[in-house]
Design a protein around this ligand. Structure first.
Ligand code: NAD
Length: 454
């Protein structure tokens, strides 16, 4: 498999794709090793994961350069992701013991009762490329801490990063017969679906997630799906500083070149501040420099997958053909690399693909609304339900809206943000189940009820 640098279209490296036999061999290897891993005291497993975090920390610059070469995110954002992902280790140190401890629900009486949390066994983690550290950590770290063995398939777009992760886990003390990495694309993922795994945890598109859930449904094992989004942001007329909100919104739209599951993908602005917001938003967007992701000060890098350029172009062309107005951008950039211009489209309607389908690129549609009620209605008018943001000075007003928003995460005066202490869960086509928080640790265990007499 060739790994191509999306900024230069040059070869970064070549890796051997795992054959079906090789994947089966890896599976059997970790199936054999899982029981011994689960038998270790929790603290020992946690110490290994803490050590892993320290090893990652020692290699940030090298790992960031590799990640940028593979998938094109500006290198300072790559370093930010790698350093920031450390909070996943800290959250496990803070919560794992409490969450996984046995629970004596009936400590007195003739029949005592307790709940014990046992690992699922061998789980599969099929992952995405856009934040490979964060989305990998969200699954395999709690799974390992809980005593599972993990067959991890990084995306084919970040395979080299996936191999580095495995090496660092092994170096930290996770046995090779407990964590194995599968290299390949769709076919390798499909082979994992055919194996008798005890759980499937997927991060990626709705289309693939649905296919995975349908394919493994007959096995009746846990399936976790973290899928795409079409995340809305609303600006009320009472915001203290429209320019500040526009700057925050632009960051939410364009960070990671728009390739975040929780990127702001739609903006609704109260008509009373609409013109002011648009002026500031366009100004802010113009400040974001496009260029080589290895260059300092660059905000917008290339898209990771060249095919996404056509998806975005179709959304933009469709919007413009139906009356949408292009204020910025609107086409692929000339020259080498999969670059698309930062693009702002106004006068759109909510039924257009640009306001309904995940863009996953540096593109935004903005609509004027009459007030909170219309905003909530339009924000909920989507097949996705990952996050939704409300900007207003009034907490009461924000909370009233947030209660009505059908999304797994709601934000007041912030956006495009993940905390390991709260559940990360999509509604509707954005997913099933939850990672992170104590709920995301419990996702990797099965309860056993003990009834104890005597
Ligand atoms: P994708 O669905 O194309 O691929 C994801 C993974 O599935 C890859 O490893 C791929 O090789 C594998 N795969 C593809 N076909 C398969 C099959 N038939 N069987 C088994 N495995 C298969 O998604 P992507 O392009 O890697 O990621 C982008 C998507 O991920 C976006 O929609 C984004 O919003 C979403 N995402 C969601 C979250 C979240 O936490 N909700 C986080 C990051 C990304």
């Amino acid at each position: 498999m060739k790994i191509i640098n999306p900024a230069t279209e040059e070869l970064v490296g070549e890796v051997a794709v795992d054959s079906t036999e090789a994947i089966k061999f890896k599976y059997e290897n970790i199936r054999a090793g899982q029981a011994a891993w689960a038998a270790k005291p929790l603290q020992e497993r946690l110490d290994i994961i803490v050590k892993f975090g320290e090893i990652v920390d020692q290699h940030v610059d090298r790992l960031a350069a590799l990640l940028t070469a593979e998938m094109g995110k500006p290198v300072w954002q790559a370093a930010g992701e790698i350093k920031g992902a450390k909070n996943r280790v800290k959250f496990l140190v803070d919560l794992a013991e409490k969450t996984l401890a046995e629970d004596f629900v009936t400590p007195e009486g003739a029949t005592k009762e307790k709940i014990v949390y046992e690992p699922l066994g061998v789980i599969g983690n099929i992952s995405a490329w856009n934040y490979p550290y964060n989305v990998g950590y969200n699954v395999y770290l709690p799974a390992l801490v809980a005593g599972n063995a993990v067959l991890y398939k990084p995306s084919e777009y970040t395979a080299l990063t996936g191999i580095e992760m495995a090496k660092m886990l092994w170096e930290a003390g996770v046995p090779e017969d407990v964590f194995q990495v599968v290299i390949g694309g769709k076919e390798a993922g499909q082979t994992m679906l055919d194996l008798p795994l005890d759980g499937y945890f997927f991060t990626g598109s709705y289309r693939t997630g649905k296919h995975i859930a349908q394919t493994v449904a007959h096995k009746l094992v846990p399936v976790g799906l973290e899928l795409g989004g079409k995340d809305p942001l609303y600006v009320a007329e009472d915001v203290a500083d429209v320019a500040n909100v526009a700057a925050a919104a632009a960051e939410g739209v364009f960070y990671n070149t728009g390739q975040s599951c929780c990127a702001v993908e739609r903006i609704y602005v109260n008509e009373k501040v609409y013109d002011q917001f648009i002026t500031s938003f366009v100004e802010e967007t113009k400040k974001l420099k496009s260029g080589s992701p290895m260059e300092e000060g660059v905000w917008i890098g290339p898209l990771t997958r060249p095919e996404q350029i056509d998806v975005i172009q179709q959304q933009v062309d469709d919007a413009v053909s139906k009356g949408g107005k292009l204020l910025l951008g609107g086409k692929k950039m000339e020259g080498k690399g999969y670059y698309y211009e930062p693009t702002v489209v106004v006068d759109v309607t909510n039924d257009m693909p640009i306001m309904q389908e995940e863009s996953f690129g540096p593109v935004i549609g903005i609509m004027k609304v009459s007030g909170d009620e219309e905003a909530v209605k339009l924000m909920n008018d989507t097949e996705y339900g990952l996050t939704a943001a409300v900007y207003t000075q009034s907490k009461e007003r924000a909370e009233k809206m947030m209660a009505k928003l059908n999304a797994g995460t709601v934000y007041w005066n912030c956006c495009d943000r993940v905390s390991p202490y709260t559940p990360w869960s999509g509604r509707k086509n954005s997913g099933m189940g939850s990672t992170l928080s104590h709920i995301g640790i419990r996702a990797f265990v099965q309860p056993k009820a003990y009834h104890l007499r005597g």
